[in-house]
Design a protein around this ligand. Sequence first.
Ligand SMILES: [Zn+2]
Length: 470
Amino acid sequence: MVVLDKVFLFDTVDSLSSDLISLSRRIWEYAETAFDEHKSAEALASFLEAEGFNVTRNAANISTAFTAAYGEGSPCCALLGEYDALSGLGHRAGEAKYSPPDSSAPGHGCGHNLLGVGSLGAAVALKRAIEKGLLRGKIIYFGCPAEEGGSGKTFMAREKLFAKADFALDWHPGNANSVALDSSLANYQIMYRFRGISSHAGGAPEKGRSALDGVELMNIGVQFLREHIPTTHRIHYAITDTGGFSPNVVQSNAEVLYLMRAPTIEEVEALYERVNRIAHGAALMTDTTVEVDFVKACSQVIPNRALADILYKNLELVGPPVFEDADHAFADSLAESYGGSVVPESAPEGFSGSLATYLNPYTPEIEGASGGSTDVGDVSGMIPTARIYIASAPIGIPSHSWQMTSCSGSSVGFKGMICAAKVLASAAADILESDEIITKAKEELSCRRNGSEYICPIPEGIVPRVLKFR
Ligand SMILES: [Zn+2]
């Protein structure tokens, strides 16, 4: 495969590790949520700029998206970076007991401060190899905002940004070391805004038309719908405006945010049509009106075996993160906060402990879909894409939790991040040096798409936005 000695890449990542850890820690402190990640995006972009990357800010007209490119011609490797936090998950770093400084503060409860910097570490190591003439091709680091609730990558895919690359590699902090071969659920996020007429609820109820009744009847209608959809589909909601806090006022405004998921984007669209009919039915029943506001969508992940095979070989080469005694002690006490970690089936015989110090066996059969969604789906629909998970938190940790926020700012998370940077750099180098792998990966994507072209599920005219709730 590569003439490049992989030790060069690993040593480069090691030499950068203290810079990477402090960058990740800064992003952890910023804890900025969807489409509001100004300081985080700038920290990553300016780091890459100082390294010699050609940075384009405001990518796809999104103020917190950017690209950073290095090298010439082809092949071109995309490395995906995320850096958004989640609201309400603020916590102290490295604390095993629940002690939020402010329970309403945002926090990195999905570890995207690790994700963005791990991919950046790989990009820099590859850049230095290209610069020294040890590797051919080009690297583009994609600074992708709002993975949580905003689908930044899908908006970027609508502008065809990822089509500049031949393939994409990605990772996510997890509680095991594995290569992802499963798909994910596609989704639509839609706001239903009901409008009625305000009135004194006691004095003149006949003059009022309740928007809140509209929301409630819509939710009841959807509840009945749930019995008549495939078990693979999911419908979630949050009432984001109840129309005020006065029961003696007929609420003239109310809104409900829906998230609909299914294994394919076509199935989500069909589900959306049915939910829309229920919303209009609820408006008819209450003599109100309803506005259907399309917020965002994302496609299902299309796995790629050809790339996953290479990722696993390099995961074996690098090995799992090596944790210290203090990391194990922290992980054990953090695990106690959710009832302790249970030894997973994938663990080798005799394994005990809370941190996965082993690799999950590679099962090259393409698996089904997980219950969640990711906008990586839209990258994977456009160019061959593969992803690894690296143990950056204890086994069994709930994702989107204060425990994950605590761990993402700790040395357990940082060790996972450094390991991920090495695996991604090493795998990308193999793929960049092999036209055969790239051709195979592209043929596989075309075959999985049955020859069809990628179509962005977000219609033209819908713009990324920070959702503000009353
Ligand atoms: Zn995530």
